[in-house]
Design a protein around this ligand. Sequence first.
Ligand SMILES: Cc1cc2nc3c(=O)[nH]c(=O)nc-3n(C[C@H](O)[C@H](O)[C@H](O)COP(=O)(O)O)c2cc1C
Length: 281
Amino acid sequence: MRKKHPSMMKIKKVWAVFFSPTGGTQKVTTTVAQMIHKALNVPYDTYDFTLPQHRENEAFFGEGDLVILGTPVIAGRVPNLLLTYFNEKLKGNGAFGVPVVSFGNRDYDDALIELRNIMEEKGFQTIAGGAFVSEHSFSRKLGAGRPDEEDVIKLTAFGEKIAEKIKCGWKYDGPAYVKGEEPIRSYFTPRDRHEHAIDIRKVKPITGEDCCGCGICAQVCPMGSISKEDPTVVSGICMKCCACVKKCPVGAKHFEDAGFIYHKEELEELYERRAEGEYFV
Ligand SMILES: Cc1cc2nc3c(=O)[nH]c(=O)nc-3n(C[C@H](O)[C@H](O)[C@H](O)COP(=O)(O)O)c2cc1C
């Protein structure tokens, strides 16, 4: 019997696979995946690898899977704290792949092309890619309320176009075109008013007196860095995702570092305009 070309395979399941500390990437990824699921009339599932315990097992896919993989943009790139996980645990095995990044209204720089390359290296056949806006981790103003209705229309159109491409018997002929530069540029560096680099890598959240010790912050920290016994203790790495800040029921977690505050306020001032998401199918 003639061997079926792998890219002529029938899609058996659509997956939304995401890392999403404050929920924006989750909404972006699931909206696209659900549209494809409806259009192709195949089962849909999710895999949320935001929490450390969910990054212990392999994320193993194969022929017949269509995987929408989403991460936030961190300093214009894929979060570097996820690179080891992708390298060791992500397996495409010929699945169709769609890299998707969500960014906080500044820019996504080379994050999308970097995620596409990661998917290709991990054995996915990339078919399309997209970058969409969601509220900035640091702020309640920057990209507030995004993805909004207008974004959902765009996300849905993106999903429809991918489904159409598959229905038309798309054949893999190399990595999907997405916007970005190669070689991939270095991480975006925030600067102070004297153009000196602001280094926020070691900055950690402070816990105010309102803390009632409920431990929600420890449960939602994607780095597992907040003590469950004493949530005022932040002993591990902090990626500044602000899940602890935004999910604290009494608003007890915040950042006081002068460099962090300067950067956040500058972003709010410079990127007030509405950035638009874009996709490549
Ligand atoms: C440390 C850090 C750096 C970020 N860098 C960028 C950036 O370069 N460009 C941008 O537009 N948004 C940036 N963001 C914002 C996030 O990409 C954005 O808020 C994302 O949608 C958050 O996803 P989530 O809601 O799934 O957590 C950054 C966020 C963090 C925590």
